[in-house]
Design a protein around this ligand. Structure first.
Ligand SMILES: [Zn+2]
Length: 397
């Protein structure tokens, strides 16, 4: 594992707080009253307007806190996460005005909306309307405006209804971030003949190849060479990638050379507490970015998002141990809660796998041997497949 993993997390959380700032207060109040509820769906996706200004309305049966993941500036593709919304299978259809087509799928424990734009446009505003004025659904509204287009003449056309179409299996690839522990000037633990940083990088590359072979995953590496990557950057890479899963690879060390076995860590309640303390300290940021917003509300949202993430991380950890346990021995208490910094991305299910002990002869031999390493990483790959199969089943119930 190596030292220095636990540090202050100001930079990473500044981003998280800004994201929470985009949430409508009205929606939040209702979501709180509902508490954890059964999976819910998108009822309808509607469009109004023209190629100058287009309004997208998503009818939902509960309040949603949308999060803009991509604004379309780069590739004319707007992506918005709706973390507490569940979809059963993919939904997609043709758009209108500035939207050529749309797709909603399940990602990172919620729904993800993708809008493919037909022209250069920007997201002007997003907001949530609670039921009322004859509407029984919550309405998440996204207003798009063409960039460099002449001003819209007259009022936008009335909103037309287009029912979601059940899609054939056209799922966006799941994004997996693989974090090879340590690197560069930070070697991690030392064995008799190898350094942890080299073992983790070799293992990460094997796992990447294993996952990409299936065609179902897009893999992002926090490093793919022997370089030093600060912990803050590793978490930021996971967040920017909008990862569906984050897995950090390490190899243990201990004072007793007889100690061996793999173990898995997930985020602990203590770490969550620490996160909330950091949140409290950053008053100035909340005040600056969320005028008139209640800080308690953002904490509740953060807490909800973390609870879902923690449950998912724990579910994956159990599957991981089951598979890895078939290839190598496990520590007696092999699933542990930890406050490791790399697990602190609030909305990405994350685990840290200690593949074995560098200080144990047998473990080091296994991890140093390309075949042994491949067997362990294939087991990790199997557990990732199993995890997403379960998630899909849960979502389509
Ligand atoms: Zn390590």
């Amino acid at each position: 594992m190596g030292g220095g993993l636990i540090k202050a997390v100001r930079t990473g959380w500044a981003k998280a707080i800004l994201i929470v700032g985009a949430v409508s207060l009205v929606g939040v109040a209702v979501a709180m009253a509902q508490g954890p509820a059964a999976p819910s769906g998108v009822q309808k996706v509607r469009f109004g307007g023209d190629r100058n200004e287009t309004r997208v309305v998503i009818d939902l049966d509960r309040a949603a806190a949308g999060k803009l993941l991509a604004d379309g500036a780069l590739d004319r593709r707007v992506v918005i996460a709706l973390p507490n919304i569940t979809v059963s299978g993919d939904l997609q259809g043709a758009g209108q005005g500035l939207v050529e087509r749309w797709l909603i799928d399940e990602a990172a424990g919620g729904a993800r909306l993708r809008l493919d734009l037909s022209a250069k446009a920007e997201v002007r505003r997003r907001f949530l309307l609670p039921p009322g004025d004859g509407a029984t659904a919550y309405r998440y509204v996204i207003d798009l405006k063409a960039v460099d287009a002449p001003a819209a003449r007259g009022a936008p056309r009335p909103i037309l209804v287009s029912a979601p179409v059940k899609a054939p299996p056209l799922r966006l690839k799941k994004v997996i971030v693989i974090d090879a522990g340590h690197g560069g000037k930070d070697p991690g633990s030392s064995g008799a003949s190898a350094s942890e940083k080299d073992i983790t990088l070799a293992a990460a590359k094997l796992l990447k190849a294993r996952l990409e072979k299936s065609g179902r995953y897009q893999v992002v590496m926090t490093r793919d060479t022997d370089t030093f990557v600060p912990l803050e950057s590793r978490v930021q890479i996971a967040r920017r990638a909008d990862a569906d899963l984050f897995i950090s690879l390490h190899a243990d060390s201990g004072p007793d050379v007889a100690t061996r076995g793999a173990s898995v860590y997930t985020l602990s309640d203590k770490a969550t507490e620490r996160v909330n303390q950091v949140l409290n300290k950053d008053d100035w940021l909340i005040n600056a970015s969320m005028p008139g917003r209640d800080r308690a509300v953002s904490q509740i949202l953060m807490d909800l998002s973390q609870r879902v993430t923690k449950n998912r991380s724990a579910a994956f950890a159990e599957m991981l141990l089951q598979q890895v346990g078939e290839e190598t021995s496990l520590l007696r208490r092999s699933h542990r809660d930890a406050g490791f910094y790399v697990l602190l991305a609030p909305d990405v299910p994350a685990v840290l796998l200690e593949m074995g002990f560098m200080t144990n002869v047998e473990d080091e031999r296994l991890l140093n041997d390309p075949d042994g390493r491949a067997r362990v990483m294939n087991a990790v790959g199997d557990s990732i497949e199993a995890y997403f199969a379960t998630q899909t089943k849960l979502a389509s119930r």
